[in-house]
Design a protein around this ligand. Sequence first.
Ligand code: NAD
Length: 285
Amino acid sequence: MQIGFIGLGNMGAPMAANLARAGHAVTGFNLAGTGVEGVAMAESAEAAAEDRAVVITMLPDGAALRKVAASVLPAMRPGTTLIDCSTVDVEAARAVAADAAAAGIGFVDAPVSGGIGGAAGGTLTFMAGGTDAAFAAAAPLFEVMGQKSVHCGAAGSGQAAKICNNMILGISMLGVCEAFALAEKLGLDWQRLFDVVSTSSGACWSVNTYCPAPGIGPQTPADNGYRPGFAAELMLKDLRLSQDAARSVGGRTEMGAKALDLYDAFVAGPGKGRDFSAVLASLRD
Ligand code: NAD
């Protein structure tokens, strides 16, 4: 398939490389001008999108998506598909979906879970929003870049699923960090706490798979000096998106609001450039 790929950063570059490795003809464009193995680089986003059956974007935020979509949609033919894999606000996803529909172009918002490792290994999870036809056009590519895709509903539903998931993650990680910090002060051995919680009702991804305590559970950023991983800045971005979305529909997300405050302070202080699980280190200090 002829694919245009715009935004070849930490996530986009390995995703585009996997598509090329699977035999697709991938033309890429990135602001920073970096190259990716197997991907032909274009002069502009428009040039990367012209005559392509599918265009994929992997950009920092909604403003970048709106900007790129405004230049790329006019270069695409009716009947083709634009897939945005960035994490952006629901509103931006719906606005781009409407512009695409007006031009006869399919649109799927398909943010991902799985991080840089998942992007490199082709094991991402895609949460997708859009029409059945647009999802059907995108699904074979999700299979190359990931191991699972869920069609969540109409345009914007993929972003809604992503920010709800990450709101749970932010809140649960803070809870786990507080519990491990408290356990230490109570003289409770972390390994014993892990042995209990990981098989009890407190079990969750933040304990079992991504334990913030160094030397406990599977290998995590905690065992690597809290180098990301999933940077605290990215968690803060996603918590902002979920609070903005909650405000726009009158949703009550008080724990989400508290998590946003805590990560905001963390990123402004000791959390800058560190993994989002490093909250435990600052609670111990
Ligand atoms: P990144 O900053 O490494 O990459 C973004 C790329 O987009 C950059 O290379 C930049 O040059 C390019 N870009 C920006 N504006 C552009 C434009 N107008 N035209 C062309 N290229 C442009 O970010 P990333 O880590 O790859 O993340 C991308 C998206 O994926 C974000 O929305 C992020 O929230 C989401 N995400 C990231 C992770 C992660 O672990 N890094 C995990 C899940 C989701």
